[in-house]
Every structure is written in C-alpha cells, then in structure tokens.
Design a binder for this molecule. Structure first.
Ligand SMILES: *Cc1c(COP(=O)(O)O)cnc(C)c1O
Length: 241
C-alpha cells in the first residue's frame, strides 16, 4: 500500500518534471504542449501506476508484455494510452498489438511482419516507432542509423502499420555533450525520414530522454520523454521477476 507521504512525493515529483519540461521547451523556442510525458513504469505495482495516472502524466510505457497486459486489464492507466517501449519478442506480439497505442521499439523486418499480421487479423492499424541504436552499441536493440532506410521502406508499405517516428536510448555511459550529440543526430534522422515523403507514414514523433537527460532531449527535439526513476524512485528488481 502506498502511504500518503509516498503519494505526495510522487505528485511533487511529477509537478517538478512538468515544470522542467516546460522550461526546456521554452529555452528551445518550442511549445511545451508539443512534448508528452511518458511514465516508464516497469516493475511498478498496479497501485503505484493507478495513483500516478491521476497526475499530469500523458501516457505509460511498459517494457514487459506481462506488465502491459496486467496494467491495461486492471485499467491502471485511467484511460491514458499505454505504449510498449521494451524489447519485443516475436512470439509475444499478439498480446501487444491492439493493447499498446504505440509500439516504440520496432527494430527488425521479422517483427514488422508479425505486427502487420496481428494487426491485419484484428482489422486495425497499429502505430509504431522504429528504434534506433544511435550509439551503435553491440548489446543494444534497435537498428543502426544506416539500416533505418530499408526497414522504414518495408514498414511504410504495410497496410496495417503506421510509422509515427523514431525512438532511441543513447549509451548510458555517454557524457552530457555526447548525449546531446546523439539527440541531435536523432532529430536529423527524423527530418530525413520525414523528407522521404512516405504516403503511409507520419514522421512526427521523436521518443528520447529519460530521468537524467529529458531536458536536453527536449531542447534537441523530443516529442515524448520516457521518465521512470524521477517519478517513482529507484527500481527494486528483487520484488519482481
Ligand atoms: C526504464 C526505461 C526508461 C526510464 O528510465 P529512468 O532512468 O528510470 O527514467 C526509459 N526508456 C526505456 C526504454 C526504459 O526501459
């Protein structure tokens, strides 16, 4: 059970983040209304997510299919959208398509094909982002910037998919200057993708920036920031599988 003190702490944290988001947008000459706050709520309980959904958070991001299923089925998001932001295994696609308003982490043709098939079965159009491995890290998911174009061509040709933009997680060990350069590279990549003029894609979403760097991400063009720790506190992985 959450205590009143924990609730107040969370409400204050979200208020602080929204203020910092608005400031960052203004510094960059952007409208604060252009940037959505995604609460990255992996490992958080239904109760925590339900409480946070009453705060000025725009949407929720899940890394694990089981948590997306549990929290959407419990109505924990208060009707706000849930996005999938983690590595998606092809055998779990059926549980995510239709449940996630946006799948942010698409990084292979195989995954595209599975999502297209699941969306076709449901007779719907699934919105997706392509995840870019902007730091070219070996251990990370996402496609390298140079591999974006064939994947984007394939995605834009699918009848039941709509590409909305790009997502990235810069290397965790990059310093502030390097991180900012990765964010700027993402903005340029999105602009290039938009300039290709795909009829069926709408390249207007850039998902980047987390607890420690969301302000820089907004200054560099993010339209969604994904914030976990700064809202909910440090994650305790011992409590959950
Ligand atoms: C956990 C997670 C976040 C949030 O990270 P914090 O540092 O806790 O803000 C953002 N994006 C993805 C993909 C994540 O897995």
């Amino acid at each position: 059970m959450m205590t009143e003190a924990q609730k107040q702490q969370m409400a204050e944290a979200v208020a602080r983040i929204r203020a910092a988001m608005a400031e960052a947008a203004r510094r960059a000459g952007r409208d604060p209304g252009e940037v959505a706050l995604c609460a990255a709520c992996k490992t958080r309980t239904v109760e925590e997510v339900r409480y946070s959904a009453g705060l000025p958070i725009d949407l929720f991001g899940e890394n694990h299919v089981q948590e997306l299923v549990e929290k959407t089925d419990a109505g924990a998001y208060h009707g706000k959208p849930g996005h999938f932001i983690g590595h998606l295994q092809t055998n779990k696609v059926n549980k995510v398509v239709g449940r996630a308003a946006l799948i942010q982490s698409v990084d292979s043709v195989r995954l595209l094909d599975k999502i297209e098939a699941a969306a076709a079965r449901l007779g719907m159009v699934q919105e997706i982002l392509i995840e870019i491995n902007i730091g070219a890290e070996e251990s990370k998911s996402g496609v390298g910037p140079e591999d974006l174009w064939p994947l984007l061509d394939a995605a834009a040709a699918k009848e039941h998919l709509r590409v909305r933009g790009l997502m990235a997680i810069p290397p965790a060990d990059a310093d502030e200057t390097a991180t900012r350069r990765f964010f700027a590279a993402m903005r340029e990549l999105l602009a290039k993708a938009a300039a290709r003029g795909y009829e069926r894609a709408q390249m207007d979403v850039l998902s980047m920036g987390m607890s420690h760097d969301y302000a820089a991400a907004i200054e560099e063009g993010a339209t969604i920031v994904r914030v976990g720790t700064a809202i909910y506190g440090a994650r305790d992985y011992s409590k959950k599988a």
